[in-house]
Design a protein around this ligand. Structure first.
Ligand SMILES: Nc1ncnc2c1ncn2[C@@H]1O[C@H](COP(=O)(O)OP(=O)(O)O)[C@@H](O)[C@H]1O
Ligand SMILES: [Mg+2]
Length: 364
């Protein structure tokens, strides 16, 4: 069985294939924005290469996950992907994004034929706006003469289009493919298929697969979450020496996946932020949220004392961290009005599961 095969997406695949027809025919490719799924795009890239082998069009593709990349890093990586391996790499320092773009156009033009740049998590690129503007004008500005370039952007953020300037929206003029979240039934089919590869016959109950599918459908609607939980449930059953993966393991697996995700995110915080978040979780678990900065600050100082960290000396600096944590989705900030002349102030609560936050070791 092929683990890369795509189930339950026949219509989307047809729609996608139609959008890619110019690539196969060797005419000017459309830019495409895909909302919601990476797996289908990977599959389509393979299909596209097969189709181009038949049609005789020369096709080069690069797939790049752009998470936490600057525009410069994206372009530099693309240059190096296209560049002959015996040529020097494009330098990491000393040159500008403009220089990198010029080098990219040169590499692409040398290829002749069609180049498709697949930018996964495109919404995570800093300065994405000017980068897309430049890339989508590369034909009209004469930067490309022998080759054509098309961009496939992938994002889970449906508001991505809104952050682009109208100038860029006008030139990028992409074809949009919206992949709706998977339903529980679709996820069941996908998970059952994977379980058949991953587990021995009878090693997982039908009820466990259905529960896993239901959890993922209700939450994210993506296959990744379901597969992660399935995998974690298998590990849990192994650990317990249980012969069959059941709903109990799925529930524990779900919690372990959540814990892992939260842990990873908390690890990206500074020590001070971790202590402030921990304080917020303590208050939350004690039913004392939403809380004001003053209340948070006083508990925070004793949390610091316990772990031997010198506390920040003003409530103001703690408030600034709370605002940052709210912006990054660790906390929620709520505006309160104190009545006629009392003024306005903020209260905060923890937006992650407090019991899991409290289980995580604070950094030294
Ligand atoms: N329709 C599908 N049929 C089979 N497997 C799928 C399908 N959609 C996703 N998957 C599998 O789920 C995993 C995650 O999918 P992906 O699209 O990469 O999600 P994300 O980009 O959200 O991480 C991959 O291993 C992929 O093969
Ligand atoms: Mg993805």
């Amino acid at each position: 069985m092929d683990p890369d095969r795509i189930l339950e997406r026949d219509e989307e695949i047809d729609q996608y294939a139609a959008a890619l027809r110019p690539v196969v025919e060797g005419s000017m490719p459309d830019n495409i924005m895909v909302y919601g799924n990476t797996a289908v795009t990977r599959y389509m890239i393979d299909m596209m290469h097969e189709a181009c082998e038949n049609s005789g069009n020369v096709l080069s593709t690069v797939f790049l996950n752009c998470n936490e990349m600057t525009a410069f890093k994206v372009v530099r990586t693309l240059v190096n992907e296209f560049r002959d391996k015996n040529k020097d790499e494009f330098p990491a320092r000393g040159l500008s994004t403009r220089d990198a773009l010029d080098a990219l156009y040169e590499e692409i033009d040398n290829r002749e034929g069609t180049c498709i740049l697949v930018l996964d998590e495109i919404d995570h690129i800093e300065n994405i706006d000017s980068l897309l503007y430049d890339l989508s004008r590369s034909h009209s500005t004469g930067n490309l003469e022998h080759a054509t370039v098309g961009i496939i952007g992938i994002s889970n953020d449906y508001t991505f289009r809104d952050i682009l300037s109208s100038k860029t929206r006008g030139t990028f003029a992409e074809e949009e493919l919206d992949f709706t979240p998977y339903t529980a039934n679709e996820l069941e089919a996908i998970l059952r298929d994977r379980a058949e590869i991953a587990f021995n016959d009878g090693a997982i109950t039908e009820a466990a697969i259905n529960l896993c599918a239901a959890i993922a459908a209700q939450d994210s609607g993506n296959a990744r979450q379901g597969l992660d939980i399935l995998h974690a449930a298998g590990k849990e059953a192994d650990k317990k020496n249980d012969e069959q993966v059941t709903e109990v393991h799925i529930r524990t697996g779900k919690r372990n996946v959540e814990r892992g995700n939260i842990e990873r995110r908390i690890n990206s915080l500074t020590v001070q932020q971790q202590h402030i978040l921990y304080t917020l979780a303590l208050l939350e678990a004690d039913g004392q949220t939403p809380a004001r900065t003053k209340e948070i600050y006083s508990l925070y100082t004793s949390v610091c004392e316990q772990s031997g960290l010198a506390p920040l000396s003003t409530t103001r600096s703690v408030r600034e961290h709370l605002d940052k944590l709210s912006m990054q989705g660790f906390a929620d900030q709520i505006l309160r009005n104190k009545g006629r002349d009392g003024g306005k102030y903020h209260v905060y609560e923890c937006s992650m599961r407090a019991d899991i936050v409290l289980e995580i070791d604070l950094r030294e």
